[in-house]
Write a protein that binds this ligand. Structure first.
Ligand SMILES: [Zn+2]
Length: 451
């Protein structure tokens, strides 16, 4: 079937069965998306979500959405930090090829094609409501967006704490609703929030939904300073204290989830839900003591930082309730969007169209490249991870506890060569160094990025 035939088949099927998702689910491809919403919840670990198996009730609304979606259980981010990973999502290029970097203060070069610019060229209205910081327009991710709105950076952490509403996903969802009121026609919305990013400042309204019985010395708000003191060994934290830190993170997820529920209800009220491709993902995870740090990211390529949720609600809830266990990557998101929007995938995109894998069970490309911003890179397959000097056998050591590079020197060398081959195809052609404003420096500092 051609894409056009598949679309006709899907729409006929929907008409005959009166909107039956089961019928749409058997079609070879999803119906054409009239709207696309890409939601990135910064620092969100998949294993803290109900539909990924978490026992705490952090995500009732996302769990409902998962039942209408294809859930990718092994989605890999290309970097453990915000700018680098989002640039991969939006350009379908690995970090070594898009070149955007906070540690080197290099913005995404304007000559890279982005998902937003490709969709805008095809007539989509494009807008982003986001948390700024590492994805501030200064770093070039605004390319292709007609509206790119980030909160004004606060001058200091105290001011930011007073203005904490700006960091809530609910604020982003409200702004997106206002924008949808004024924009008819095909649209692309990129929504992002730092709500679950450290510092953890859980909204008390949601703490009552996830009660805890903690009576230790730590406050309800977990500041960057507190996490730094724990990580430097200057503050001794008991297992109960550490569980309290994780609880604060979980409460923030519950708050984000409530806003996600509002977004979905709003789409349904507008009659857009069935015609929209809605993707919920993240740019990286968060470490909770797996490799020595608490409430932290950016510093390793371990799975607690590289694994992200990827929930894809196709138009007509195509393949609803499917979960796909094969490894997929951040760079695969943009080609998938183009495919479901029925626009030719730009040859520059390095990822693949996940419709092929959700639809026909083909195996996606086996290797994912990841890189620490300002550090080294590695490569991950479903069975192995090579991380510069170390080799982990994920198939039998999911926690990456034992470096087996000496036991399997052939595998380490093979993965090193694969990484080299995937990375050396192209180098960033025109890096453009940027100088952040004083406000943006403060904003980055408030998010724990110290120069
Ligand atoms: Zn991030």
């Amino acid at each position: 079937l051609t894409a056009r035939e598949a679309q006709i088949a899907a729409s006929l099927c929907l008409t005959v069965v009166m909107g039956g998702a089961a019928c749409s689910g058997r079609a070879p491809a999803p119906a054409r998306a009239e709207g696309v919403i890409l939601v990135s919840i910064d620092s969100l670990r998949p294993d803290h979500l109900g539909c990924y198996g978490y026992a705490t009730a952090t995500s009732p609304n996302l769990d409902t959405l998962c039942r209408d979606s294809v859930v990718f259980t092994q989605a890999i981010a290309h970097a453990p930090s915000t700018l680098s990973s989002h640039a991969s999502l939006l350009t379908s290029l690995i970090p070594q090829h898009h070149g955007a970097s906070v540690t080197r203060m290099v913005a995404l070069a304007r000559d890279h094609l982005t998902l937003a610019s490709a969709l805008a060229s095809a007539g989509f209205h494009t807008a982003s409501f986001n948390g700024g910081g590492q994805i501030d327009a200064l770093f070039g991710l605004d390319h292709g967006f007609q509206v790119y709105q980030s909160p004004r950076p606060a001058h200091d952490e105290e001011a930011w704490a007073r203005d904490v509403g700006a960091d809530r996903f609910g604020t982003v969802v409200a702004a997106a609703g206002g924008w949808l009121d004024e924009n008819r026609g095909r649209f692309f919305l990129f929504l992002h929030t730092y709500e679950v990013h450290h510092p953890y400042r859980p909204d008390p309204a949601f703490s009552t939904l996830l009660p805890e019985s903690y009576d230790g010395p730590l406050p309800g708000d977990i500041s960057i300073d507190l996490l730094e003191r724990i990580n430097a060994g200057r503050l001794e934290a008991t297992p109960k204290d550490l569980a309290h830190v994780v609880h604060a993170y979980d409460v923030e997820i519950r708050s984000v989830d409530a806003a996600l529920g509002v977004l979905v209800a709003d789409l349904k009220r507008r009659g857009l839900y069935d015609r929209t491709l809605l993707i919920v993902t993240s740019d990286h995870g968060e470490e909770f003591g797996e490799h020595g740090k608490m409430g932290w990211h950016s510093h390793t390529l371990h799975d607690e930082l590289l694994r992200v949720p990827l929930v894809v609600k196709f138009p007509g809830s195509w393949r609803a309730g499917t979960s796909l266990d094969a490894q997929v990557r951040g760079i695969d998101v943009a080609p998938t969007v183009m495919s479901v929007a029925r626009i030719a995938i730009p040859p520059a995109f390095e990822g693949v169209d996940l419709v092929r894998y959700a639809g026909r069970g083909e195996r996606p490309p086996p290797y994912a490249i990841a890189e620490i911003d300002g550090g080294g890179g590695g490569v991950r397959s479903q069975e192995w991870k090579w991380d510069r000097r170390s080799l982990y056998r994920l198939a039998s050591d999911r926690g990456e506890t034992a470096d087996v590079a000496r036991t399997y020197p052939g595998m380490a060398e093979k993965l090193r060569r694969i990484k080299q081959a995937l990375v050396s195809e192209d180098e960033n052609a025109s890096p453009s160094t940027v100088v952040p404003t004083a406000d943006l420096r403060e904003r980055l500092r408030g998010l724990g990025y110290v120069e």
